[in-house]
Every structure is written in structure tokens, then in C-alpha cells.
Design a binder for this molecule. Structure first.
Ligand code: PEP
Ligand code: CO
Length: 449
């Protein structure tokens, strides 16, 4: 075996491990055919870009930068339109600006975008009335419509997912490199969004930035650095049948990279130490994330860190805690202290969404904005107590004015949820709630410095 074959042989040991949360593909040979087609496609991202992100995350781990990670719970093929992609990118850029300016900290921007198409589910099936069908596992696997045809796992979706990711990424690159993200046009980013208090606050901030930029221009400053911004992509590496054909050896470093995204993470439900997902991501050189929920012990976390980042490479591993507002103050400090005691310095990020789900009496899955903020505050408190670095936030959001999460300045109530509830999976912060969160996080971050 040559060196490349050895890398793939080691990677492929995942096939002999338990692979949780996978669909039942009806036809094995059809799957293999699609995987061969995927393997012949160009990579979506380059290894060098993933390395750059890892370098930036190393700064985050030390408190020299802050990570903003956000996007849909589940992207859909239908919503990969120019307008919706632009608005999600705009919302993330605006949040990043609020954080950068408010806390004088560089912000590393990572979208849950261009590949966030596969979802873990609490049940393999869904029952409505008398009818039971396979659960919706994300557009990469099956359709959301509740019919047997739509819910059957369809391998052609893997190829479609690749192409939708490619066109999404192409637009993201155009927006962030082609002049749209120019800091001299920050006030433009608000155009098209409904007028509301968070936007008004944003407008004040951009006026200040504008003045500063004009002052610098008058002094003869060079603005080439301000015309574009780095923007990275991320998704949960759940569907290994998709990740595998896109995992390639980088000719420069001779290492394996999952080229489906810059950053991949392991979900709370698939983080078994001896499971396929942990093994898989242990073998690729991308920066990776691990969700850590309230049942995790210090020992669990230490063993996972040993497996996923044995060399303790700066920026390699991001631990995304999602404890719930009611538990974070009780559970997180111990984990932080236990990890710190071993001399480990991961990137610590809060996901204040997934531990705070509730269902209304009318049957909507939702989250309260106040619970989300409460968990973020608990995250900062826990890090202060443990003497560790609160490195970033990971949120589910959209650029649209949806009504999926309760509260915020518009005070969305239970009755309002039904007016514009569009998520096929978890409820997302809307544009205004996202900006509000950014303003509040900026305050918390400023207090750290
Ligand atoms: C998610 O990020 O959408 C998700 C399923 O999260 P978790 O793995 O933390 O439950
Ligand atoms: Co989710």
C-alpha cells in the first residue's frame, strides 16, 4: 500500500463501526454509482483554506479573536436562492460588524451554509394519524412532504446536494470577495430589511464607522484590506456516504481533508467515542467541532479530545457546548476546569439554541430569545469562573423576518408564531433577533477585555 492508500484504509475503518443516524438507501449499487460520480467532482473547498481557518481559530482559542458561526438548522435546496443566500450572508456580516466594532475584536465568520443538509432525528419514523413514514432526514436524504415517495431515501439527492452547495458557495465567495463586503458600504447591508429597533441601532453604528473610515481616508490610509472578508463554511458531518467521496488527499501536505466544507462538526447524538463519526473526523485535517451536551462528563470530554486532537494542535478542535439555560451554570464550569487542568486549550463556543427547545400548546417547536441570551450569559460567567476563554457563538438564524423564536424586541408571542414559521427543522432567530443577540454579545465581550 502506498501512503495515500494507507490514509484511506485508516479512514475507512469507520465502515466497521456503529454509524448512527444513517438512512436506509434502497439500492446499494445506485449509492455506489452516485459516490463514484461525487468522487469525480472538484473539491468544494481547498485544503489551504481549511488551514487558514485553523490558524484563525488558534487565535480564537487564545482570546485574540471571536468566532461567529451561524445559519439554518437545516438548509433546503429550495431556499438556495440568490436573495435568501444574500440575506443570510448579510445578517452574518452585520452581526460580525457589531461584534468587531462593539468589542474591538476580530471576528472569524463561519456559515452553517453550503452543505448543512443532513439532520439527526430523535425517531426513525414519523406518524401522522394512521400513517407512519420514515422521518425527514434533511434534503440530502429525502423530501419533507409526507408521502411515501417523498420520504424514501433517494441517492440522487447526494449529487444534488453537492451542486447546490457549489452554487451557494460560489455566491458566498462573490459576496464576500467581490466588493459587497466592503466596509465602506456597511450601511448598504441593511437595505431590504424591515425597519425595526435593531436596524436603527445598526444604522447608528454604521454612521460611526463611516465617520471613522472617512477620517482614515482623509489621512491617506490604504483600504485594500477592507474590501473583502474571509467567510468559511461548516456543516454537521452526519452523512458519511456524502462526506467520504469528497474527502481527498491534499497534494501539498499529503494529508486527508474533507473538502465538502472548511469546518465539520460532530453532533450531540453521534459523538460516541467508539462510533463512526468520531473516528471519521479524527482522520481529516480540517478544523473540527464537537457538540457537548449536559450529560457529558469531564472524562467523556477528555477522551474525545484525546481521540480528535491527540497532538493538541492550536485551532484544531472547537468544543461547542449546548447545555440549556437552566443547566449551563451548574454543568459547564466543571468541564472547563477539567479540560484546563490537562493543559488543553480548545476553542470554546456556546450553542445557546439546542438546549433551549420548547413546544407550545399549539404544537410549534420554538425557543425563547430570553433563554438563548440567558445561556450566552451563563457561558460567559462559566468561563470567568474557570479562567478560560469564551471563544464564540454558534446560532441558528436566517436573514428573513420569520416568526420561529419567541420574544426579542418585537416580542413575538405564541399566537404570532404561525404567521411566518418556515423552518423544516429547528426554529431560527430572525434577522432582527440575530442583530439583537450580536449587540448583547458585544457588550458581554467588551466586559471581558
Ligand atoms: C444542530 O446543530 O442542528 C444539532 C442537531 O445540534 P446537536 O447535535 O447539538 O443536537
Ligand atoms: Co438545529
Amino acid at each position: 500500500m502506498n501512503a495515500q492508500e494507507q490514509l484511506f484504509a485508516e479512514l475507512d475503518k469507520y465502515k466497521n463501526l456503529e454509524i448512527k443516524q444513517q438512512p436506509q438507501w434502497p439500492d446499494k449499487s445506485a449509492l455506489e454509482k452516485v459516490q463514484r460520480e461525487l468522487a469525480a467532482q472538484p473539491p468544494l473547498v481547498f485544503a489551504g483554506e481549511a488551514d487558514q481557518l485553523r490558524t484563525q481559530l488558534a487565535d480564537v482559542a487564545q482570546g485574540k479573536a471571536f468566532l461567529l458561526q451561524g445559519g439554518d438548522c437545516a438548509e433546503t435546496f429550495a431556499d438556495a436562492t440568490a436573495d435568501k443566500i444574500r440575506d443570510r450572508v448579510k445578517t452574518l456580516l452585520q452581526m460580525a460588524l457589531v461584534l468587531t466594532y462593539g468589542a474591538s475584536t476580530p471576528v472569524v465568520k463561519v456559515g452553517r451554509m453550503a452543505g448543512q443538509f443532513a439532520k439527526p432525528r430523535s425517531s426513525n419514523t414519523e406518524t401522522r394519524g394512521e400513517v407512519t413514514l420514515p422521518a425527514y432526514r434533511g434534503d440530502l436524504v429525502n423530501g419533507y412532504d409526507f408521502t411515501p415517495e417523498s420520504r424514501a431515501a433517494d441517492v440522487s439527492r447526494l449529487l444534488q446536494g453537492y451542486h447546490v452547495s457549489a452554487s451557494t458557495l460560489n455566491l458566498i465567495r462573490a459576496f464576500t470577495q467581490g466588493g459587497f463586503a466592503d466596509l465602506r458600504a456597511v450601511h448598504e447591508w441593511n437595505r431590504g430589511f424591515a425597519d425595526n429597533p435593531a436596524n436603527a441601532r445598526y444604522r447608528e453604528l454604521t454612521e460611526e464607522i463611516d465617520r471613522a473610515v472617512r477620517f482614515m481616508a482623509a489621512c491617506g490610509a490604504d483600504f485594500s484590506e477592507l474590501t473583502r472578508t474571509d467567510f468559511f463554511t461548516a456543516h454537521e458531518a452526519l452523512l458519511l456516504d456524502y462526506e467520504r467521496p469528497l474527502t481527498r488527499v491534499d497534494s501539498r501536505t499529503g494529508k486527508l481533508y474533507d473538502t465538502a466544507a472548511h469546518f465539520l462538526w460532530i453532533g450531540e447524538r453521534t459523538r460516541d467515542l467508539d462510533g463512526a463519526h468520531v473516528h471519521y473526523l479524527s482522520q481529516v485535517a480540517n478544523p473540527i467541532g464537537l457538540k457537548v451536551g449536559p450529560t457529558a462528563t469531564v472524562d467523556d470530554v477528555l477522551r474525545l479530545v484525546d481521540k480528535l486532537d491527540p497532538e493538541r494542535q492550536p485551532g484544531r478542535l472547537t468544543l461547542i457546548t449546548r447545555m440549556g439555560a437552566g443547566k449551563i451554570r451548574e454543568v459547564l464550569p466543571n468541564i472547563l476546569k477539567g479540560v484546563k487542568k490537562e493543559g488543553i486549550e480548545p476553542v470554546w463556543v456556546t450553542d445557546p439554541m439546542h438546549g433551549n427547545g420548547i413546544t407550545t400548546s399549539t404544537g410549534y417547536k420554538t425557543r425563547r430569545f430570553d433563554d438563548v441570551m440567558n445561556e450566552v450569559e451563563g457561558f460567559f460567567e462559566a468561563h470567568r469562573e474557570a479562567g478560560t476563554v469564551p471563544g464564540g457563538v454558534h446560532v441558528e438564524l436566517t436573514g428573513d423576518d420569520v416568526t420561529e423564536c419567541l420574544g426579542g424586541a418585537e416580542n413575538i408571542d405564541e399566537a404570532t408564531l404561525e404567521t411566518r414559521y418556515e423552518s423544516l427543522c429547528d426554529p431560527r432567530l430572525n434577522h432582527m433577533q440575530s442583530l439583537e443577540l450580536a449587540f448583547q454579545v458585544a457588550e458581554l465581550l467588551k466586559a471581558e477585555h
